[in-house]
Design a protein. Structure first.
Lengths: 123, 380
């Protein structure tokens, strides 16, 4: 199992957040591995206002579709068009090139540290 | 999941890092690395599949052929020794209990291969139906392992492992034929059958021999580009090849006719005296054939990558008020074609090639077009 970056925060829905101004949001390797090859991303648009915990998009793989939850509240300031064009990057580099959204954060849902997320995935 | 049967190749899958899944009460490999990579390897080189979960039912005896003629919709008396036939077993009402491949190994010996999900139902039905004949059924499923090598490199790989005295028989094997041969030093039933639309072989060996065969095929196949391939790739490959999956295109609400497989129903099979041969489902199937179908199985292609999935509605058009005109039975992105494909039941008036329809993909209506099956045919 690949190591979980220490500098990120995580959710029980298998997203990660790189906190900052703006914050960056993606899905974890656990999510990507479970999905299999990602073939389609449905993401919010720049300017959309997100509410933490709500469904904001979809990640579709060859075999299944998963809802994308927003871990944070705020306004979308960037969307990873490269990932939309080539969703395989979510599998190959989920914490780097596979980032999904950048958000000006106004609030957040519950977040886990890397250690807490690690424990959660192994439970 | 805790009660799942383990394949004789379970340890191999674990060692290869496969993601395992529960399928028909068995723990089977869903994928080893990537669904797409495994799918593409089968089209370009070869894939190695563990199919040990399938049911293997031996029907033997002086009246084995007659018994199967009664029990199944096909004509098994006409099946030559060394040949195989795709057929079905239906209920009295003509609805499909399972689709099968039947191999004739000897004049009085048949091997009926059933889907894992239906193996028990088929065994029970067959046992009951052959009761009036001089024939007996032996369920060899747990004692038999089944490994498939599918792809353009399959013949090179399998013949390379075949004992010299059997090599010509294996390379010369016709599609839907089988031969006993020694492969990787092991006695095997080698069949030129498959579920991918590529050339390939399915090898039946005693369960205890499976790991040796598996490893030999991996070693011999690696230089040819062979990779182990899981159930996910198996499903996307058969979908591209337009092959039905029981539980999707076939179930207890369908007869072979709706699925476009009326050819397997041999209403013309006769008794030795020339009279019509009675078989389970005959009357219902004859009536079904004689009347116009209520629905027809079609292929659907879309421009985009969003795939309609099993159970999604087919609608007349992309507008929000378009009526529902059918149901998707299987759907996925096609790795070979680069866009989404689906099989669906639609009303006959809308089944002509080129008909523009739409599918409801989780609230969004995506345009699709009717095409003839299969979506993919290998170059010959």
């Amino acid at each position: 199992m690949s190591s979980i970056p220490e500098n990120l925060m995580y959710t029980a829905e298998h997203e990660w957040v790189l906190q900052g101004e703006p914050s960056t949001v993606g899905v974890t390797a656990t999510a990507a591995d479970a999905l299999g090859d990602v073939v389609y991303l449905e993401l919010p648009a720049v300017g959309d206002v997100l509410t933490a915990g709500s469904v904001v998009g979809e990640i579709e793989s060859t075999k299944s579709v998963s809802e994308l939850y927003s871990p944070v509240s705020g306004t979308v300031v960037a969307v990873n068009d490269g990932a939309v064009a080539d969703p395989s990057v979510v599998n190959s580099d989920p914490y780097g090139e596979g980032w999904l959204l950048k958000v000006e954060v106004t609030g957040s849902g519950p977040l886990l540290t890397a250690a807490e997320y690690q424990a959660f995935t192994q439970a | 999941m805790a009660d799942d049967v383990l394949s004789p190749l379970h340890d191999e899958h674990v060692a290869l890092g496969a993601a395992l899944t529960s399928f028909a009460g068995w723990q089977m490999p869903l994928r080893y690395t990537s669904d797409l990579a495994e799918h593409q390897a089968v089209r370009a080189a070869a894939g190695l599949f563990d199919l040990s979960h399938m049911g293997e039912l031996a029907v033997t005896g002086a009246q084995a052929a007659a018994a199967l003629d009664y029990a199944l919709v096909g004509d098994l008396t006409a099946l030559a020794v060394g040949r195989a036939r795709y057929t079905m077993i239906t209920a009295d009402d003509g609805s499909v209990l399972d689709d099968l491949v039947v191999y004739r190994l000897a004049p009085e010996e048949f091997l009926v291969v059933a889907n894992a999900s239906n193996a028990a139902v088929v065994a029970t039905a067959l046992r009951e139906r052959i009761g009036g004949f001089e024939a007996r059924l032996e369920d060899r499923s747990l004692a038999t392992a089944l490994v498939a090598v599918q792809g353009p490199a399959a013949e090179k790989i399998v013949s390379g492992l075949t004992a010299p005295q059997d090599a010509d028989a294996v390379t010369g094997l016709k599609y839907y034929a089988s031969v006993e041969a020694t492969v990787a030093g092991l006695p095997a039933l080698v069949a030129r059958t498959g579920y991918t639309g590529e050339d390939g072989f399915e090898l039946f060996v005693p369960a205890a021999d499976a790991p040796t065969l598996w490893r030999a095929l991996l070693d011999a196949g690696a230089p040819h580009g062979l990779v182990p391939a899981g159930l996910s790739a198996r499903d996307s490959l058969r979908l591209e090849a337009g092959m039905p999956l029981y539980g999707n295109e076939l179930d207890r609400t369908t007869t072979p006719y709706e699925a476009g497989l009326g050819r397997v129903v041999r209403l013309d099979k006769t008794l030795p005296d020339g009279g019509p041969l009675p078989f389970v489902g005959r009357a219902a199937l004859a009536a079904r054939k004689a009347s116009p179908p209520a629905r027809v199985l079609v292929g659907l292609v879309s421009e985009g990558r969003r795939a309609a999935r099993h159970g999604y509605d087919v609608v007349a058009g992309p507008g929000p008020d378009s009526p529902v005109v059918g149901t998707v039975t299987s759907g996925a992105p096609s790795p070979t074609l680069g866009h989404a494909i689906a099989m669906a039941y639609v009303t006959p008036e809308l089944s002509a090639e080129g008909t523009a329809l739409a599918v409801d993909v989780r609230g969004r209506r995506e345009p699709v077009r009717v095409v003839a099956l299969p979506f993919y045919r290998r170059a010959r």
